[in-house]
Design a binder for this molecule. Structure first.
Ligand code: NAP
Length: 496
């Protein structure tokens, strides 16, 4: 483990200018195309614990004004030709790309992730605008003859209506564009509520959206310290027809119950607990490379993060040794320090949770081959950690770790690997490593998840349907189907 040097304090005033300047994006709520000044929610630099800026704290009344603004813009946006909607999204993509370095810095400052991860996120996030700029012009329908020959079936896809979009802090840009892109392409107007920990990135992107030509009211953004009642009020308004949420399974359950009251259509991207299965016949070095990506992208703070490493007996010791070496060599530090490979966690609460899970596993016989305890620092650091000999019923195997901890379990047979991989309420992502593609596909089919990486540690791609089975969610984002989450099919029975 490389030691932490100093307290990672960079001079904020000089390092972060232009779009990377936190103060620029703390100007206010964005409702009906206007900025409304306010304060109330402090934004913290997780590498130092210091406050960077304050953003406004929207009330229920503010949220209802955002619904009014979305309603006022709805008819015009719905009628805007798809080509025009497409060109606005495409300009937004270009602007994000032009400002990529500043946006990446801003993400690093407020989220803590390493600059390399933040750069990757900006590229990924912008790509949703390019992809949905293209999809906007390909919205189709369906025409069929009824088997009886009595009439014809014509299916149109209409924009579903005003959409409330709620996003988490771990991908502050990409989780927003993955919703805004398809919603605007479909012809919906939206209200985005970003996470309280990382609102500056959302506000920065809105600025670019306005510059790209998104009309007033089509996109509204508000931050609030009172997300439950504010969201409930918006969902209770009959003009709101869609909730697209990304976050924890616990909050997702609460929101599904809230949305049930007015039968609002929901897309839910929830928590994960991904298994990473390595067979004896895997390419060891490829498996370790893949494990580093699947585990350490975003410092482990990803819904797709590999949480449970199931490694077959014959390759187990070599895998533990190889992964330990790579994890121990990572440089920990402030995300915005270009040398950093693993940044701080988002909050002290996150560090405490990791500490609780690791301590419990160690008490029950797990051994840390590197890391294994929090660091003494004013920032929210937890070191890259590898644990072997973890009991399969440890809390670590069932709760989302959301941190740089690789828990390794030994297995013998294919059936055992599938059974262990499925022993969770989650079903988002899984990874399988084997040189035998038949076996890898068979195991991939047996694992109950929405996504499987075969000999690959990274699966996210705007062109692919992202989403989970079981309690990891409902619906899919990205790909050709992502836009349908924001459209209502309308069937016309036509006789002619
Ligand atoms: P979270 O606590 O569920 O918060 C997510 C968002 O919901 C935030 O904007 C939060 O606002 C808001 N929120 C919290 N309570 C709410 C309520 N009662 N009503 C309405 N909104 C509410 O999740 P998180 O800690 O930010 O993010 C981590 C979780 O997201 C992990 O479980 C991770 O797996 C999941 N995730 C899933 C995906 C996916 O695609 N499946 C992607 C990324 C992350 P505040 O910030 O103001 O509390």
């Amino acid at each position: 483990m490389k030691p932490i040097e100093g307290d990672f304090e960079m001079t904020l005033d000089t390092a972060f200018t232009g779009y990377a300047d936190p103060a620029l994006h703390a100007e206010g709520l964005y409702i009906g195309g206007k900025w409304e000044a306010g304060t109330g929610i402090p934004v913290t630099d997780p590498s130092t614990g210091k406050t960077l800026a304050e953003v406004p704290d929207a009330s229920i009344e503010d949220a209802m004004r955002a619904v009014d603004a979305a309603e006022a813009a709805a008819a015009g946006w719905r009628r805007t030709p798809p080509r025009q909607r497409s060109e606005i999204l495409r300009r937004w993509f270009t602007l994000m790309t032009d400002h990529a370095e500043e946006l990446a810095l801003l993400i690093s400052i407020e989220n803590g992730k390493a600059l390399a991860d933040a750069r990757g996120e900006v590229a990924y996030a912008a790509e949703f605008f390019r992809w949905y700029a293209e999809e906007a012009t390909r919205i189709g329908g369906e025409f069929r003859h009824t088997p009886s020959g009595a009439h014809n079936i014509l299916v149109d896809h209409e924009p579903i209506g005003i959409a409330v979009l709620i996003t988490p802090w771990n991908f502050p840009a990409a989780m927003a564009t993955r919703k805004i892109g398809p919603a605007l392409a479909a012809g919906c107007t939206v209200i985005l509520k970003p996470a309280s920990e990382t609102p500056l990135t959302a506000y920065a992107m809105v600025r670019l959206g306005a510059e790209a030509g998104v009309p007033p009211g089509v996109l509204n953004v508000l931050t609030t310290s009172n997300p439950g009642p504010v969201t409930a009020a918006m969902l209770a308004d009959p003009r709101v027809r869609k909730l697209s949420f990304t976050g924890s399974t616990g909050v997702g359950r609460t929101l599904l119950a809230e949305a049930a009251k007015t039968v609002v259509n929901c897309s839910m991207e929830l928590g994960g607990n991904a298994p990473f299965v390595v067979f004896d016949d895997a390419d060891l070095s490829a498996a370790i490379d893949g494990a580093m990506v699947a585990k350490m992208r975003n410092g482990g703070e990803a819904c797709t993060a590999a949480n449970r490493f199931y490694v077959q007996s014959g390759i187990h010791d070599a895998f533990v040794e190889g992964l330990t070496q790579r994890m121990a060599a990572l440089k920990l530090g402030a995300g915005y320090d270009p040398d950093t490979q693993c940044g701080p966690m988002i909050t002290t609460k996150a560090v405490d949770k990791i500490d609780r899970l690791v301590s419990e596993a160690k008490d029950r016989g797990a051994r840390a081959t590197t890391g294994g305890a929090p660091l003494d620092s004013s920032g929210y650091y937890y070191p890259p950690t590898v644990l072997e000999n973890v009991p399969t019923d440890a809390s670590l195997a069932h709760e989302e770790i959301f941190g740089p901890v690789a828990a390794i379990y030994r297995f013998e047979t294919e059936e055992e690997a599938i059974r262990l991989a499925n022993a969770t309420e989650y079903g988002l992502a899984a990874y399988v490593y084997s040189r035998d593609i038949m076996r890898a596909m068979h195991v991939g089919r047996g694992i109950e998840t929405g996504m499987v990486g075969i000999n690959r540690g990274l699966m996210s791609d705007p062109a692919a349907p992202f989403g989970g089975a079981k309690q990891s969610g409902l619906g899919r984002e990205g790909g050709v189907t992502g836009i349908l989450e924001f459209m209502e099919p309308k069937y016309f029975a036509v006789e002619f």
